[in-house]
Ligand binder design. Structure first.
Ligand code: SF4
Length: 397
């Protein structure tokens, strides 16, 4: 036999053994995750079926809708792949007024959303006091869980956000390869990102990490490291989407990530984390109109429609041509119900908390005080006038 045949036979043996281990829910090594990510076309279907079965067993047939409110596109960082980077002078910057953020959340809750994700660039204009006020204000009018996605902050602030009533925090690690992380993030360090993720866990957040697929210079083994990091961090949520080049960034000419590899990563994230909440990302549906349905069949159980008022949305341009950019919230709600039914699943009507923190319940819309898992008392909702300190749409300086 030639070396090529031997290599291929050896690869198939590792793949077979890795898949059987995944089916028996045994822990996978870096080599095994890498082999599964390198599944050929035929093997890929078996991989997806395995992930789908683990999804069904651990998180059931419900799909959770988390509505995103992109409240500021200012960012102090300069990540090479992201259109919100401070170096992008062509982006019109905005901050939503607090009243508008709260009204979006109230409307979302009225329609039936049980989670809102408050997301922004890393915008230091939002002091901890402003973030606390935003969280309390949303909780006072909307019966929803709150996920914050606002980047790295001083560690003591995470506890205050949690105490103000925020339930979850998303902080994607983007890549678990330290060299690639350094190359893509000129003003952040991988070690600080991990410290933030661990601190978020310590203060009682349900924590989400996640990565991009198809970054320039990224190998399959680096992606396998992304998957194993999700396990090491014991994440409650895992967001995985394709890298989509943005022409307004230094990586504008690079090739993007593929649908197939993104789906394999979602499948591996499910196999390895078992019960984490995993979205079918908007980035995936941007490169494939049926990306959501494919992701739900490969292990995902969440979708995150955009609730940001339409006039701001085109300015939150991490990558171009975002799917459903101008769809009204009610239209999204109806459309997603139909899509979810089309894959034989149903929309969840509960908060969709992490299964590891069952029993957690977000504050009621009456604003009454409740104990949290940290044992503190939630404090009162917004007190009027600070809302006026929030600005409207602005041009970048
Ligand atoms: S990835 Fe996040 S931190 Fe980096 S530039 Fe974009 S919004 Fe800012």
């Amino acid at each position: 036999m030639t070396n090529t045949v031997l290599d291929s036979t050896n690869r198939n043996c590792i793949w077979e053994s890795a898949l059987r281990k995944a089916q028996r829910e045994e822990e996978l090594s870096l080599q095994e995750v890498t082999a599964l990510l390198e599944s050929n076309e035929e093997q890929t279907w078996e991989l997806f079926a395995t992930a789908d079965e683990i999804r069904r067993r651990y998180v059931g047939d419900e799909i959770h809708l988390r509505g995103i409110i992109e409240f500021s596109n200012y960012c102090q960082r300069n990540c090479l792949y992201c259109g919100l980077r401070r170096g992008n002078k062509s982006l019109q910057r905005y901050r939503m007024p607090l009243e508008e953020i709260v009204e979006c959340a109230r409307m979302a809750s009225g329609i039936g959303f049980k989670t809102v994700v408050l997301q922004s660039g890393e915008d230091p204009w939002y002091t901890i006091e402003r973030i606390e006020q935003m969280v309390r204000a949303v909780k006072s009018v909307a019966d929803v869980a709150i996920t914050l996605s606002i980047g790295e902050r001083p560690h003591d602030e995470y506890r205050r956000m949690r105490m103000a009533g925020a339930d979850r925090y998303l902080l994607k690690h983007e890549t678990a390869d330290e060299g690639l992380y350094r190359a893509l993030h000129p003003d952040c360090t991988y070690s600080e990102r991990l410290r933030c993720l661990r601190r978020l866990k310590e203060v009682g957040f349900q924590v989400g990490a996640g990565s991009m697929v198809g970054l320039p210079g990224q190998t399959t083994q680096m992606m396998a490291k992304d998957i194993l990091l999700l396990r090491d961090l014991d994440v409650d949520m895992a967001g995985i989407g394709p890298f989509i080049p943005n022409p307004d960034t230094p990586l504008g000419e690079a090739p993007g990530g593929t649908v197939e590899m993104t789906l394999k990563m979602i499948a591996l994230a499910r196999i390895v984390t078992k019960d984490a909440h995993i979205p079918a990302t908007t980035a995936l549906s941007t490169i494939d109109a049926l990306g959501r349905e494919k992701a739900w069949r490969a292990g995902a159980n969440v979708v995150m429609p955009n609730l940001t008022p339409i006039r701001y949305r085109e300015h939150y341009r991490i990558y171009p041509n975002k799917a459903c950019l101008f769809d009204e919230t009610r239209h999204c709600w109806t459309c997603l119900h139909r899509r979810i039914a089309s894959v034989g699943r149903r929309v969840s009507t509960d908060y969709g908390h992490s299964q590891r923190s069952s029993g957690m319940k977000p504050a009621s819309s009456s604003g009454e005080q409740e104990s949290s898992t940290l044992g503190y008392q939630r404090s009162n909702p917004i007190g009027g006038s600070l809302a006026t300190q929030y600005g409207g749409p602005e041009q970048h300086g």
